[in-house]
Design a protein around this ligand. Structure first.
Ligand SMILES: Cc1cc2nc3c(=O)[nH]c(=O)nc-3n(C[C@H](O)[C@H](O)[C@H](O)COP(=O)(O)O)c2cc1C
Length: 321
């Protein structure tokens, strides 16, 4: 069934691509003879654009898939999030694309602009992550309503989509054709199974530059862990939020075994400093609360300044971004 659907989408999109290639050729020949070789305009490539300034995720989602991705992108990029709510909600009958359903009729009607229920104030944002499901290889018509209604001048649109398999490029081409003034980059299609790493890469969060410290709540009291610039610290961030019950050992450390391993690059530091957060082996997390000389090897994850003596017994530690 899925293969059949994909095949149908593929056939439809191939048809479109052929048509697009053909019409593009005609258009290029026309421009060549009438305007001459004005390559200057072609060099203005909006694809280079990346996130800058305040950002917002604006998305339409009929059945919740794009919504889930939108929320993850908003979190990773530290953006506000606004849902495009259709005035007339889409029922499952409206989305039954094997029938003459409302969604199909809208997609086949070049004049269709489904109304949006809510106000979507994009005025204070420089970057707009624009999310939608792919409908018949392209953007749902409600996205055109959005483009028609609001002023995108000077704003960078970073599109993203979910789909049953189709890529995003056809929809982005169509957006560019619809309004050539839009500054819109190539965007990306997401699946629900995409990792946080994939999302972070999309929003351009560079771990080394952006995440330099995290929080640790030790028995409820907040401390800052200044992270090392290494693979172990980067991977550890992916485990967050994380809550551990850390056991006492030797009157100088609290430790807990993680249920996943971290990249290990251990070496003997010579001296342990109170506040050091270390990895022992590849899965044992240690917070030292006393300074002393050591013959053991660790991979350093970070350091907590001014960590007091944590005393006897185990501690509850919540690590957060
Ligand atoms: C009317 C309609 C047309 C669709 N067309 C395509 C398509 O061309 N290619 C594709 O891969 N998926 C297509 N899909 C599947 C959706 O893109 C996919 O289920 C998407 O993740 C739904 O996102 P949402 O839950 O945010 O609405 C279509 C779905 C509907 C309802």
């Amino acid at each position: 069934m899925i293969a059949f659907l994909c095949y149908n989408y593929y056939r439809k999109e191939c048809g479109k691509v052929k048509k697009k290639v053909f019409s593009s050729l005609i258009l290029m020949m026309f421009l060549f003879f009438i305007v001459g070789c004005d390559v200057k305009k072609e060099n203005v490539t909006p694809n280079e654009s990346t996130k800058s300034g305040p950002s917002v995720v604006v998305y339409f989602s009929a059945t919740g898939t794009t919504k889930t991705v939108a929320e993850r992108i908003a979190k990773a990029s530290n953006s506000e999030i606004i849902e495009i709510i259709p005035k007339e909600k889409y029922t499952s009958a409206d989305l039954d694309y094997n029938s003459d359903c409302r969604a199909n009729r809208e997609q086949n009607d070049s004049k269709s602009r489904p109304l949006i229920e809510n106000t979507i104030d994009i005025s204070k944002y420089d970057t707009i992550y624009l999310g939608y499901p792919i409908w018949w290889g392209t953007i749902p018509k409600i996205i055109l309503t959005l483009i028609d209604t609001y002023d995108f001048t000077g704003k960078t649109i970073i599109p993203f989509c979910t789909s049953g398999g189709s890529g995003i490029s056809g929809s982005v081409d169509d957006l560019r054709k619809y309004n050539s003034n839009l500054i819109i980059n190539d965007g990306k299609r997401f699946s629900l199974s995409d990792s946080d790493e994939v999302i972070r890469e999309f929003v351009g969060v560079n771990m080394n530059e952006e995440v330099k410290n995290i929080k640790a709540f030790i028995n409820g009291k907040e401390y800052i862990i200044n992270l090392e610039d290494n693979e172990t610290a980067k991977k550890f961030i992916e485990f967050l939020p994380l809550e551990l019950n850390m056991s006492e050992l030797n009157g100088n450390e609290k430790y807990a075994n993680l249920d996943k391993t971290l990249p290990e690059n251990s070496a003997n530091p010579g001296r342990i400093n109170a506040g050091d957060v270390m990895l022992y082996g590849d899965d044992c997390l240690v917070i030292f609360y006393k300074s002393f000389d050591t013959t053991y090897s660790y991979t350093k994850i970070g350091h907590i300044d001014n960590l007091p003596d944590l005393g006897n017994g185990s501690v509850n530690v919540k690590f957060e971004n």
